[in-house]
Design a protein around this ligand. Structure first.
Ligand SMILES: [Zn+2]
Length: 343
């Protein structure tokens, strides 16, 4: 399988994130893709190529212009305020407050566009986020050109980023950008299957009122898990998008048997939709030893997951999302891809 990877994805490296009331080293860091690349090379899965630069057009096809401009200039504005440490918001708009006026001050703007205090912006964030999007776009282009599948081994991840906010370690929504590009380039219907442990709130929001992109997410129940404010089963889409959004919230402790049941139902709905392209938001934080998650999938299940996805027989773009058990991340991510290839 073809892999697309850029060294620029290493440029984003936050010092610390707020976790359980403490500043701790960032779980989402460059060692993640290092592990995936090491494993890809160890098993010789296929060629690894650098992405092409698609410019800002495909980013702005999914994201709000003001938001993209903010991401681009945030670090310069932050350092201009005399700071050389990570940029993190400290206040969040609440019920009854205004959300139609973007503050001018950098602390106000970062709070307007930021979703949480776990996602620092650093000197290299824009470089890495755009490189990640280019990886996803290049993989999509290759699949459109006839490949059965391609893998964007990118970071930072994307699925928590919506049209106009970032968070959950995500800045630009790589999977959504890939899906939109596939549509722009002629695919009639695109399915996005999000198998990350956390709900893909950003992706859901972006396509919620559309019927040309189906979104399905298997994730920990937001009643007890981040992102808390989206991801329930009764969120089924709006307007033209009614019936094209499918959430499968699962309890803490979910094992393979329970997971496979939900996955089987998700795959059934994808078959019914008959997509031209499948984008997989490939999170590996469903792994039993993930440090921030509470599902119980063992490493030997990931090839099975890949084989089930291959059974759809749809051209497939894999986009790396979460997964923080760094030592096992390579094995698990590549396990999915090998299972897909061998099916
Ligand atoms: Zn996750």
């Amino acid at each position: 399988m073809l892999t697309v990877y850029s060294e620029d994805c290493r440029a984003h490296h936050g010092r610390a994130e707020l976790n359980e009331g403490q500043l701790v080293p960032c779980f989402e860091n460059p060692s993640r893709t290092d592990m995936v690349l090491d494993r890809l090379r160890a098993v010789d899965l296929g060629e690894i190529v650098a992405p092409r630069d698609f410019g800002e057009g495909p980013l702005r096809a999914v994201h709000d212009d003001g938001f993209v401009d903010f991401l681009k200039t945030c670090w310069a504005d932050w350092t201009a305020a005399g700071r050389d440490w990570d940029a993190i918001p400290f206040t969040f708009g609440k019920r009854g407050m205004r959300n139609d006026r973007v503050p001018q001050d950098i602390d106000g703007r970062i709070s307007f566009y930021g979703m949480d205090a776990g996602t620092p912006i650093t000197a290299g964030t824009w470089t890495a986020a755009t490189a990640a999007a280019n990886c996803a776009l290049t993989a999509t282009e290759q699949v459109a050109g006839g490949l059965r599948a391609a893998f964007a081994a990118c970071r930072p991840p994307g699925h928590h980023a919506a049209a106009d906010y970032y968070g959950g370690y995500c800045f630009l929504n790589n999977a959504a950008i890939a899906a939109q590009a596939a549509r722009t380039n002629g695919a009639q219907r695109v399915s996005i299957l999000d198998v990350d442990y956390h709900h893909g709130n950003g992706t859901q929001t972006i396509f919620y009122d559309r019927d040309d992109v189906q979104f399905l997410s298997l994730h920990a129940d937001p009643t007890v898990e981040y992102p808390y404010f989206l991801g329930h089963a009764d969120e089924t889409g709006a307007g033209a998008g009614e019936g094209f959004n499918h959430n499968f919230p699962l309890p803490w402790g979910t094992d393979w048997a329970r997971y496979e049941e939900a996955l089987t139902e998700a795959l059934r709905r994808i078959r019914g939709y008959r997509p031209d392209v499948l984008v997989v938001s490939l999170g590996l934080d469903t792994f039993e030893n993930d440090p921030i998650s509470k599902f119980r999938l063992s490493s030997d299940r990931y090839p099975q997951l890949g084989a089930l996805l291959a059974g759809l027989k749809v051209p497939t773009v894999f986009v790396l999302e979460g997964g923080y058990a760094v030592e096992a991340l390579g094995t698990n991510a590549v396990g999915v891809l090998q299972g897909f290839e061998d099916a």
